[in-house]
Ligand binder design. Sequence first.
Ligand code: ADP
Length: 374
Amino acid sequence: MIGPRGFRITLTWKLFLSHFIVVMAAGVVLGAVAYLRIPTALQHHVARMQAIVGADQGLADDLRRSFIAAQGQILTVAGIAALLATVIVGTFVAWRVVGPIRKLTAASRQIAGGEYRELVSVTGNDELAELARSFNRMAAALDKTEQRRVELIGNLAHELKTPLTTIRSVMEGLIDGVLPAETETFLDVQRETLRLQRLTEELQELSAAEAGELPLRLEKMNPGLLVRRAVDRLEPQFHDKAVQLHVDLDDSLPSVSVDGERMLQVLINLLGNAVQYTESGGSVTVGCHPDGNGNVEFFVADSGIGLTSQEITRVFERFYRVEKSRARSRGGSGIGLTIAAHIVRAHGGTIHAESEGPGMGSRFFFILPTVINP
Ligand code: ADP
């Protein structure tokens, strides 16, 4: 706040002045009461003493004057002492209150400059300490978001680099005449172009999902029907790879309110991964049943390569692939499960994975709430 003639009234000054005004007001009230009331009270007291000890009027007047003079002196000394105390206490309190606020201001400037690791030291348990704690929590959240942003750019660059490098070297080979201009060479370029196209489509979906902007056209659906549709779509892949596909459905399931196409996308992603990460001769079971809490649990269980406990916690992270080179060579970008998790959550559901460990197969589950008013 800027006061008259540009003088800046800082919080320190405001606190100091507020103490000063309170003490001055108390002093004025005390002085006024003493000035108005003490002479009358003294008069009454001296008259009683005169009656008891029989002192003469001159002595009584002298006593009254001396007492009032002493009262004036004491009040003056007390006023000066109170003023000094105000200066000391006011300065101390202002320093205690303004100090943490200054630290917060300095830290917030650092954050505005992109330095998210700036934390404020917290002592005590009062509102200012709570404010500093909230500030530190906010700084940590911003730091994490910034790390994710940097990571995202790095991942993206990496994902784009591999197919672009392949396309470039094939084209250079063709131009230099090192590679033959035959179908196989062009198919290589087409494969990488398709991968780039799929990646951009997935990224578009991911960004919409992360912004909470995936449009859902909800309809009441039988969960078993969803599973059967996904199975119909992926059966040829299972057949080609000689992986057995079992369907385990509970026919008396209540309806779920879902966007059919999106849910199909989730099931196809899980089934696609299951067949991808299961060797020939293995088996996959897909199905759904009541979860015991009035919801419907969908599951995809495979006898494939399995996951470690650390991998399980990370498979839903964007761009996460357990075996990066192998997953990429199979066309995976590590975004499918992230989008699947967003879709399930957008339906009010939950998703998780389980595995007994590497080589022991994996199970993916997602739970959807049932339609309350059928
Ligand atoms: P991708 O497109 O790479 O498959 P996902 O997001 O669908 O991406 O999966 C992320 C990673 O999780 C995969 O790269 C793989 O390492 C692991 N994963 C997913 N499903 C399975 C599974 N059924 N068995 C073993 N690992 C799996």
